[in-house]
Write a protein that binds this ligand. Structure first.
Ligand SMILES: *Cc1c(COP(=O)(O)O)cnc(C)c1O
Length: 417
């Protein structure tokens, strides 16, 4: 069954990283291959494989990767449209390994203010020890030009940003980076290479956590770095030198999850938009943060650069106190209290934005309630939000309630194709 030329993304997702034929037939899903030692025919065979394994992807030893993980690498490379992919034990490890691979003492790196919070911790722990200078730039990318230094070797982006989903103009960041002889790396966990393809927009390095939507089942953690051909060498050599690999069992779980990504994401998106619109109409809500809403400041760029949205959104209550946000979150029954989104279940967390951002002033919306809308029926999620609001006397007025009622059976929120 040859793959047709120029298949669409859903077809590419399903046809990438398939198992290879053995004597007899071929399993549909790549089989799980566990190994430390790999056996060779003779000394010459062993030496030949070892001499080529730095450049070619060869099965030579468990710590140098395994065929199950190679199949997952191929799926992610295909989604991101990259040259090759390296896998890491967690999403955070993929980020830190990329930063270690592309930066050295004396370099300067510009980091988005909207970055996944543990990256700030890593910068404090590691960059200061190795005399790598770093500064943060506004989440929408404004003012980056003025922050570039001759020593800036990397711009690190995350778009949409963590927690508030700010969008940056990635092609503009790529132009600025390249004019300064720097690379652009970006965290694409939100976009999964399916809703957003940063390498096609000029990024050199894409980092993601397959922990989230690619896995889709909240039962495994993993990280991935996909690059252009020009940027490949450094992450590849650095990872081999540091013994970075992943368990084939974990790779197999994510491969299995990845095949239904295209079926799951539109359900998450439709649910999130339905919940977002209900929240927007609620008088207790000050603002809803989701780039797929026309009122969101990132909407125009989202329309230009993305092919859809996912299950994430945040909102701020008019009562901006931490205690009210916490009480509403605690009163939810269908939303689990937990951080790592992308699974089939709905989740809630409360974020302190004045801690999560250092460039932007978040004193107007100091506490955000972040939702991950899972695959439950969104009407049940709305009923859950409604009872949590009511419990704390944040009432739904007639207008919002009737808009909700009018919308119930046939209402399909618009999702961009
Ligand atoms: C969760 C997350 C990560 C880290 O993934 P882990 O596998 O949990 O380490 C990195 N970036 C973003 C944007 C994330 O949401």
């Amino acid at each position: 069954m040859p793959t047709p030329p120029n298949p669409r993304e859903r077809t590419r997702l399903i046809r990438a990283g398939l198992s290879t034929r053995v004597d007899g037939g071929r399993a549909v899903n790549p089989p799980l291959i566990r190994a430390s030692t790999v056996l060779f025919n003779d000394v010459a065979h062993l030496q030949d494989i070892r001499s080529r394994r730095n450049d070619e992807r060869l099965f030579s030893y468990g710590a140098r990767g395994n065929p199950t993980a190679f199949a997952l690498e191929d799926v992610i490379t295909e989604l991101e449209g990259g040259y090759r992919t390296r896998l890491f034990p967690t999403g955070l490890a993929a980020i830190t390994q990329a930063l270690i691979a592309y930066l050295r003492t004396g370099d300067h790196v510009l980091i988005s203010d909207a970055v996944y919070e543990p990256v700030r911790h890593f910068a404090r722990e590691f960059f200061e020890r190795y005399a790598i200078d770093y500064s943060f730039y506004a989440a929408d990318g404004q003012g980056v030009e003025a922050l570039l230094r001759p020593q800036t070797r990397l711009i690190y982006a995350e778009s949409p940003g963590s927690l508030a989903f700010e969008i940056a103009d990635l092609p503009a960041l790529a132009r600025l980076a390249h004019a300064n002889d720097a690379l652009l790396a970006t965290d694409n966990t939100w976009g999964v290479g399916y809703l957003y393809r940063p390498l096609a927009l000029g990024a050199d390095i894409v980092i993601s956590a397959p922990t989230k939507y690619l896995s889709g089942h909240s039962d495994v953690v993993m990280g991935a770095v996909t690059t252009t051909q020009a940027a490949w060498e450094r992450i590849h050599r650095s990872s081999d030198a540091q013994g970075m690999t992943v368990s084939p069992d974990d790779a197999w779980l994510i491969l299995r999850g990845s095949r239904t990504l295209a079926a799951r994401l539109p359900l998450h998106a439709a649910g999130a938009l339905r919940v977002a619109q209900w929240l927007q109409a609620h008088p207790a809500v000050a603002r809803v943060f989701c780039p797929a809403l026309p009122e969101d400041p990132g909407y125009a760029l989202w329309q230009r650069d993305f092919s859809g949205t996912n299950g994430l959104l945040s909102f701020a209550l008019k009562d901006a106190t931490e205690s009210t946000a916490v009480r509403v979150a605690d009163a939810l029954r269908l939303f689990g209290m937990g951080a790592s989104w992308g699974g089939f279940e709905s989740l809630v967390t409360v974020s302190n934005m004045r801690q999560a951002r250092t460039v932007a002033d978040w004193s107007q919306y100091p506490f955000l309630i972040r939702l991950h809308v899972g695959l439950e029926d969104p009407e049940d999620l709305i009923a859950d939000l409604e009872q949590a609001f009511r419990k704390h006397s944040l009432h739904t007025p007639k207008a919002a309630a009737s808009r909700h009622a009018n919308c119930t059976p046939g209402c399909k929120p618009k999702i961009r194709k």
